[in-house]
Design a protein around this ligand. Sequence first.
Ligand SMILES: C[S@@+](CC[C@H](N)C(=O)[O-])C[C@H]1O[C@@H](n2cnc3c(N)ncnc32)[C@H](O)[C@@H]1O
Length: 470
Amino acid sequence: MSRSSLSKRITPDFIQELKSNASAFNSFIHDNNNGGSIIYLLEKLGRLEGLETKDSLISLLKSNKDKVRALAIKNLAKMSDISLLVVFFKYANEDSSTDVRRESVAAIGRLHNEDAVPYLIKCLSDEDPKIVLQAIRGLLPFSGKNKIDKSLLSIKDHPNEIVREVINNKFNKKEEVNHNKATKSINYERLRNKVVLGKVEDILKYIPNESIDLTFTSPPYYNARDYSIYSSYEEYLKCLAKIFKGVLRATKEGRFFIINTSPIIVPRMSRAHSSKRYPIPYDIHPLLVKMGWEFIDDIVWVKPEACVKNRNAGFFQHRKPLGYKPNAITEMLMVYRKKTDKLLDWNMKQYDSRTINKSKIRGDYETTNVWKISPTFNKTHSAVFPEEICNRVINFYSYAGDLIFDPFGGSGTLGRTASNLNRNFLLAEKEVKYFEYMKKTWYEKSSFFKNSNEVEFLKIKDFITSNRGK
Ligand SMILES: C[S@@+](CC[C@H](N)C(=O)[O-])C[C@H]1O[C@@H](n2cnc3c(N)ncnc32)[C@H](O)[C@@H]1O
């Protein structure tokens, strides 16, 4: 039976009647052994103050349907009845379904009763980390008591990373005063709307800790053109990792870093050699996570096939397996957040209602992680961002007035788009020709933009001087 037919049959009034009449409840269960109706009823039971339904719910624990048993436990937990402790513990230990076991441990926790503590402590040694986490959750309200803290600390080196993180957050960090209250972060006027000529690794030394709200960047490619810069792929990854560590330090707590890369190909030396493909997003990812960026999302940028290099011509002719080379129409936008135990809500609370209102995304927007956007070609710079990509990233991951950073500024697309969207920007670019190109074309390109901020172009030494004493 569909849910809409079920809702017509099992109405709120009917549920109310069942809740207050044990024999009617029992008959309903007896007459509806197909599962669907019982699951619907169990999901809609709502508050259970009286104990009329207790025995019927216990009888449902014999059901062969995992979902029915899990929902029966969930409803029994609403009764706050300590006599159910042994029932919950039995199912926490013995049930074959993880969901039922997890629901049972949650039910023990929901009793909020000191008698339940030894049972929760036993669950800390369960093999399933989900059960352990649920037990920790039940124990945390009692922490501060010696025995409980000792038990929680005994799993501080647990093999599961989430368990370790929860325990570490609880005991190894100093308790913060006003943990959830937004603190005012510092906005550095002197960093705003600047394009700096120099190596970003040098520029970063003059960017204070926790001063950047969002970084979006497309790093230089490791390919034939860049051989002179990087002696090896390992060296290339090392250089990027060093820069992104600097970006992490300069990023405000809990804020985002989005990196656009894709596997690249280094063409073969001659027909006697093969070309080599380097999986940059996959190799940079573990380095980012290790240094303290938390992985949030992977967005796939899809381009029309006609816009990318055709690698398929050979295979199209010979059609021999193993020689297949798909046309690479995607790039990755990997989304990371500076690691924190604070929720996103904490970051959002840093803004006043006017800024929030100004920054809200209205109307249609991309709801998936597949972004179909045509690339942009530029005569001076061979790898520029399409403006639409910058628009989306800035709108989705920053608020009006924020400082947006691109360590590899290139032709300046991110800076100009940020300006248009009422954000501030800071760009670094090491090549004079691109710096000069930005300088020459900034306002002419910005004529399409409604809201251009006054931009300052500085050599690194002037940027350093301008920072002194401020
Ligand atoms: C892929 S491009 C970025 C293009 C940019 N997203 C745009 O829309 O124009 C990378 C840029 O980083 C610059 N670059 C490479 N290494 C750098 C470094 N160490 N410091 C600053 N800029 C660097 C390159 O000159 C190049 O312009």
